[in-house]
Structure formats: C-alpha cells, structure tokens
Write a protein that binds this ligand. Structure first.
Ligand code: ADP
Ligand code: MG
Ligand code: MG
Length: 208
C-alpha cells in the first residue's frame, strides 16, 4: 500500500532520474523536436521535488495537486501542461485515499492518462507519450485483475510502457512538434514516451 510518504518518494526518485537522464531526453528531442525535453523535465521535477521539504501536506491528493500545478507553472511547451494535468487528474482520483493499493493507483493512473488525452487529443499510434501509457494501463489492469499486488501491477505496467516506447521508433508523428517532420520523424524514439516510461519505472520502485 502506498501512503503519502510513498508518493513523495516517487516524485523525489523521478526528479533524480530525469536529472540524470536530462541529456539523453534532450538528445531524443533534438532529433525530432526542439532539444528541450530533458531540460523541461529536469526543471519541472526539481521544483516538484522541493515541495515535500518546504511544506506539510495533509493528504496524497493535496500533494499531487501541488505537484501538478508546479509542473504546469514551471514547464513550458507541451510536456508541462501534459504531465501537470496527469498529476492533477490523478490527485482527483485519489481524494480521501490515505493508503493506495493496486485498485486506487490503477484508477489514479487511468484518470491521469485521461487528462493527457483531454489536453493533447492524442490517439494510439500518434508517436506521443500516450503510446507508452496505453499499453501500460492495459498491463496494469490485467496484472491487478489476476491478483498482482501494487508492486506487481506497476512492474507489469513499466514493462509494457517500455515496449510501447520502443515501438514509437517506427511511428510517424501525428501530434506535437515532431509531426512537423512527417516521414522524417520515423526512426527515432519519442522523448515523451521515454520520460513516461521512466515515470512508471520510478513508480514501481517507490509506490509500495
Ligand atoms: P515541446 O514539444 O513543446 O518542446 P517537450 O519537448 O517537453 O515539449 O515534450 C515533447 C513530448 O510531448 C513529445 O515527445 C510527446 O511525447 C509529447 N506530446 C507532444 N504533443 C502531445 C500531444 N498532443 N499529446 C500527447 N503527448 C504529446
Ligand atoms: Mg521539445
Ligand atoms: Mg519546447
């Protein structure tokens, strides 16, 4: 079961990952975008990770809401509003939850991804972060449905996200900056699908 401390550990872990992987994420974005995805994520997540030390949060949802607002206001470009909305919607789904198990985290992830879709209007195969999230949600539900606990379901989700991320390599982008390249966007991993997979890998390590 994940409590408030698990969620703050998740944000801290992910901030460390995107800090360490900032150059890699920016290189991916250099190939098919504007070479800022790593710096965007690093800046936003550093701000989000500072929240836990700066104030006391009454609950998981109050904390995640602040994380979302921090990303929206500190990260320009596509990824700030998209990840920001993800955390805001996840917060909404976790209102009144003190200890989140597989059912609650699954509902939170699904609500978050619905927020990404509401904002960005991506569909499966558009070569966006949704191409990591869609298979991840499916794998999460299938693992949880067959009796996996939270850690097991998150592990399955992270693995499926990585497969979805890898499959973005051969796709032609139809949303976001990469779509301006058309056919030339093929042959490169999508940066947002890569950072989303990292977010799930981080969740599998910390939301237990
Ligand atoms: P920007 O493209 O504004 O510079 P980033 O480089 O930080 O922003 O983020 C780019 C990532 O955002 C892409 O790799 C893609 O995964 C994601 N993205 C862009 N547009 C959309 C969209 N409409 N729906 C979902 N994800 C999107
Ligand atoms: Mg960019
Ligand atoms: Mg940009």
């Amino acid at each position: 079961m994940a409590n408030l401390a698990s969620f703050t550990a998740w944000i801290a872990d992910y901030a460390e990952v995107v800090n360490d992987q900032a150059d890699y994420l920016t290189d991916l974005d250099r190939a098919i975008g504007d070479a800022d995805h790593g710096s965007n994520m690093k800046r936003g997540m550093a701000k989000a990770a500072e929240l836990a030390g700066a104030e006391e949060f009454a609950s998981i949802d109050v904390y995640l809401k602040k994380v979302g607002m921090t990303l929206v206001s500190n990260v320009g470009g596509a990824s700030g509003p998209l990840y920001g909305t993800f955390f805001l919607r996840m917060a909404g789904a976790l209102a009144d939850v003190e200890e989140a198990g597989a059912a609650e985290v699954g509902a939170g992830l699904r609500a978050g991804v619905e927020g990404i879709l509401a904002r960005g209007k991506a569909e499966a195969g558009d070569k966006t972060m949704y191409d990591a999230w869609a298979p991840a949600l499916e794998a999460f539900d299938s693992a949880a449905g067959s009796g996996s606990d939270l850690a097991g379901a998150l592990g399955a989700a992270a693995e499926a996200a990585a497969t979805g991320r890898d499959a973005t390599q051969e796709l032609i982008a139809r949303k976001g900056r990469a779509s301006y390249l058309g056919e030339r966007s093929r042959g490169h991993l999508d940066p947002g699908a890569t950072s989303s997979t990292m977010l799930l890998e981080s969740a599998a390590r910390t939301l237990t």
